[in-house]
Design a protein. Structure first.
Length: 445
């Protein structure tokens, strides 16, 4: 073989070998880049288990990357695992990740957990400094924090900015839907959840809330489509299986609803929703005595739920026990009047973040008649505004004592209530003249 040709072949082999070695050495970097990109996409899609899986894989590829540690901290924040969050933020700090980004994440933790006294003043600066890289994360954490504190005006203003700046993000619509559902505005909740699902059709959490809002709006055909889709993906979801029975019942398929609930109760015999739905099926099937069998136990468990009490009264009346139904109907009447007033006051509270009186009455009403957990949230918001509000402390003491069986918290709020209430004025002994010190103290500022 001519020498020139040999040199040419040799050079080609060397070039190929260099390319192969270079490709092999570059592969870990390529794999890392792809893994982190997949984690970032999962975070953007709010698929936090998938983000966590990708980031754990990235950590195995290279345990000394500050970006991976930071993204792990962010993922754990979304998952509500604050100890893991702090662990990975500390690791990011050791790996010289930018301190301003770490400070940002700490502020987002405060906002997400409703600590708005510390977090709220920083919002304008954060939106100015980090809008290009973290704007949606900032909006999400702060909107959640404002809603958690029942600062509705601030939450809704920021949610509007969020929608405008990130028109393809489903999360502002999802957050708005949660707010409207909580406020009892089911048509607005349905509209918001529909928009969110349009932007993120693979999000089962959005579809689930949409299905529940559609049931509340009595749009059973559309609700059933979403429920059946969710049950195909998770056949063991007893809440959605119960909701399917509800749809069948309202559409007139009593036998189908009964079969559906019997299957649910095999898997969840003590579940509150399926037992209540079975009672409704018995009533619809003209079997009030069978309904009473279910409802007696439920009313003992949840005596403050006025819808349940109304159902029980209906069953008693249909069984010829109208005198027993009277007390339940009286409770329902009081509850409906009080809750109607509370709903009106929610509009006032939304417009006036400092309206303590409305917040207090809303909380007390919800504790007494409808949703103790929501009522407790309103009362905790009162204490954010007025830490020495004795009425809020007393109501929370009762809540933790009866609803939560948390004696430690109940005792704390009882002590705070007693400390916040003015004690009786001391009585002067008869025919005694005040001392000079008492006179001075009486007129001192």
């Amino acid at each position: 073989m001519p020498a020139t040709k040999k040199r040419w072949i040799y050079g080609l082999l060397v070039t190929a070998l260099v390319a192969l070695v270079g490709g092999v050495s570059a592969w870990p970097r390529i794999q890392m880049s792809r893994t982190v990109a997949a984690a970032r996409q999962a975070l953007a899609d709010r698929d936090y288990p998938q983000a966590l899986a990708q980031l754990e894989k990235a950590e195995q590829l290279d345990a000394n990357r500050g970006e991976t540690a930071f993204l792990l901290a962010r993922t754990y924040r979304h998952l509500g695992k604050l100890e893991e969050l702090q662990k990975w933020l500390a690791r990011a700090r050791v790996l010289d990740y930018p301190p301003r980004r770490i400070e940002l994440e700490q502020l987002l933790v405060q906002a997400q957990n409703g600590r708005m006294k510390e977090a709220a003043p920083e919002l304008p600066r954060l939106l100015t400094e980090f809008s290009e890289t973290d704007g949606a994360e900032i909006c999400e954490a702060y909107v959640s924090g404002f809603f958690a504190n029942y600062s509705f005006a601030e939450a809704l203003r920021l949610a509007e900015v969020w929608q405008q700046d990130y028109p393809n993000d489903p999360q502002p619509w999802f957050s708005l839907g949660l707010y409207e559902a909580h406020a009892g505005s089911d048509p607005k909740a349905v509209a918001a959840f529909r928009k969110a699902l349009e932007l993120a059709p693979r999000r089962d959490d959005i579809r689930r809330y949409l299905a529940e809002a559609l049931v509340d709006e009595e749009l059973y055909e559309e609700a059933e489509q979403h429920i059946r889709y969710l049950l195909q993906r998770n056949p063991n979801d007893t809440d959605m299986a119960t909701a399917l029975g509800h749809c069948l019942l309202e559409k007139g398929d009593v036998a189908g609803a009964r079969r559906q609930l019997e299957e649910v109760l095999k898997r969840d015999p003590q579940g509150y929703p399926p037992r209540m739905m079975m009672a409704q099926i018995e009533l619809k099937d003209q079997k009030p005595e069978a309904a009473i069998t279910w409802l007696e136990a439920l009313v003992k468990e949840r005596p403050k739920e006025y819808r349940l009490r109304f159902l029980f009264a209906t069953a008693l009346q249909q069984s010829g026990r109208g005198s027993e139904a009277a007390e339940h109907l009286e409770f329902v009447g009081r509850a409906q009047a009080a809750l109607g007033r509370a709903r009106n006051m929610m509009d006032q509270a939304k417009e006036d973040p400092g309206d303590i009186a409305s917040r207090l009455e809303i909380g007390q009403t919800l504790l007494k008649y409808d949703s103790p957990d929501d009522g407790a949230s309103w009362l905790r918001n009162v204490l954010e505004l007025d830490p020495t509000n004795a009425a809020a402390h007393r109501a929370l003491a009762e809540y933790y004592s009866s609803a939560k069986k948390d004696d430690q918290r109940a005792a704390y709020h009882q002590r705070q209530a007693e400390a916040s209430e003015p004690g009786p004025e001391p009585q002067e002994p008869k025919n005694a003249s005040p001392s000079p010190q008492a006179e001075n103290s009486a007129v001192s500022p």
